[in-house]
Write a protein that binds this ligand. Structure first.
Ligand code: S3P
Length: 452
């Protein structure tokens, strides 16, 4: 098993208010969702899958380690280049030791789906953040397929899963809009006879469906009569290794792009960003807020739409963000809230219940962080209301990041636009999804430093 050199652990970070515009052309690391899936589906395929642009963040490396524990061979062959020698659907071996998935909810939920229809037993745990997150949302449907679980109180990690010997196909209505739950059930369906169906009332990211088709599985997506979409996978497909090009992660690109929008005179282009329409809710919101954002050089790479995105600073105005958009931008609310704090007028972000069960309770983390930076903010049930005056926020605050990479990065961006420095108590979680974040922001003109 080969791993890249460990990433430096960051600690407390301080960001200085920007005194000059951010400028430049850059690239962000590979898409986290697609990277996890490339490794997992590569492990379930027959043959060698070649991946370029893989995100080498801690979350994805946890998935790579787990795939090796299942008997597949995931190997780093160069910068962001990996190969996976798969074992084929039904071929997963029982891991010899506990699988520690660190901070990664996607690893945990998707892996449980893979395991649910393989007759093996695995012990799964994670860091303090992941051990707090709800696993009942996958344990419930996977139990219907026939997997057995022993979990901690509240259906949390650590847990033990014993996959079904004779898995049963199910039709499952997603009770929460979650691509992780959808993917978990579809993955279980691969080693299950017949057809396994997930019905989602509100469309979530479809990287699983796209990539399974790319590997040769039969996956049918059709409109559901009662609204939403019905996704069906046929069991026992011959998954065949296929090359994967991972586009830049739009959820990571969001940080330098919003920074450019809120720092006067800035002009930043992020090249090669995934613009799958089920991931671009943030761009719609920013356009409604009056942002100057352009998608150029739009193309398709490896079955996913990709573009270069250029953002130029311009005064933003508040907007009313509908709940239906949430699944298409679920990871972008921390940075959208920062944009809202710098806009003129009221921004209402509706229907954010799912934010409470992310790497941290993001609804409360955003609200308390903004308030400590002097921003007028209120959490009203599942809605977040931010009142900006179009001026730079005060800043002058120490933000608790609560093991949450996106809270850490969002408040560093706020600090760039603030009048006084902002500090975050722990920058280490940034390495889960965006290794190189500080170097990239510094190259654009930001000043972020480690505190001694
Ligand atoms: C992900 C789905 C989302 C997202 C997460 C990645 C995925 O989670 O927040 O960062 O790769 O499927 P939910 O499915 O829980 O909304």
């Amino acid at each position: 098993m080969v791993h890249p050199a460990p990433f430096p652990r960051l600690t407390a970070l301080a960001v200085a208010p920007c005194s000059r515009p951010l400028t430049g052309v850059t690239r962000v690391p590979g898409d986290k969702s697609i990277s996890h899936r490339a490794l997992m589906f590569g492990a379930l395929a027959v043959g060698r899958t070649e991946i370029s642009g893989l995100l080498e963040g801690e979350d994805v490396l946890a998935t790579a380690t787990a795939m090796n524990a299942f008997g597949a061979v995931a190997t780093r062959t160069g910068d962001q280049r990996w190969t996976v020698d798969g074992v084929g659907v039904g071929g997963l071996a029982e891991p010899e030791d506990v699988l520690d998935l660190g901070n990664s909810g996607t690893s945990a939920r998707l892996l449980l789906g893979m395991l649910a229809s393989h007759p093996i037993t695995a012990f799964v745990t994670g860091d303090a953040s992941l051990r707090r997150r709800p696993m009942g949302r996958v344990v419930e449907p996977l139990s219907r397929i026939g997997a057995r679980f022993v979990t901690r109180e509240g259906t949390r990690l650590p847990l033990v899963v014993s996959g079904a010997v004779d898995p049963l196909p199910i039709v499952y209505w997603l009770p929460v809009p979650s691509a992780q739950v959808k993917s978990s059930v579809l993955l279980a369906g691969l080693n299950t006879p017949g057809e396994t169906t997930v019905i989602e009332p509100n469309a979530t990211r479809d990287h699983t469906e796209r990539m399974l088709r790319h590997f040769g599985a039969r996956v049918v997506t059709e409109p559901e009569e009662a609204g939403g979409r019905r996704i069906t996978v046929e069991g026992f497909p011959e998954l065949t290794a296929a090359p994967i090009i991972v586009p830049g992660d739009p959820s990571s690109a969001a940080f330098p792009l919003v920074a450019a929008l809120i720092i006067a005179g800035s002009d930043v282009t992020v090249e090669g960003v995934g613009v799958n329409p089920l991931r671009t809710g943030l761009l719609e919101c920013l356009s409604e807020m009056g942002a100057d954002i352009a998608l150029v050089n739009q193309r398709e790479e490896g079955g996913e739409p990709v573009a270069d995105i250029r953002a130029r600073a311009r005064g933003l105005i508040g907007a009313d963000i509908p709940a239906e958009r949430a699944p298409r931008m679920i990871d972008e609310y921390p940075i959208l809230a920062v944009a809202a704090a710098c806009a003129r007028g009221r921004t209402i972000m509706r229907g954010l219940a799912e934010l409470r069960v992310k790497e941290s309770d993001r609804l409360s983390g955003i609200a308390s962080g903004l308030a400590s930076c002097g921003v007028r903010v209120a959490a009203d049930g599942d809605n977040l209301i931010v009142d900006g005056d179009g001026d730079r926020p005060k800043g002058d605050a120490l933000i608790e990041t609560r093991l949450d990479h996106r809270i850490a990065m969002a408040f560093l961006v706020l600090g760039l636009a603030a009048r006084k420095p902002v500090r975050i108590d722990d920058g280490a979680p940034i390495a889960t999804s965006f290794p190189g974040f500080i170097g990239l922001m510094s190259a654009l003109g930001a000043s972020i430093s480690e505190e001694g």
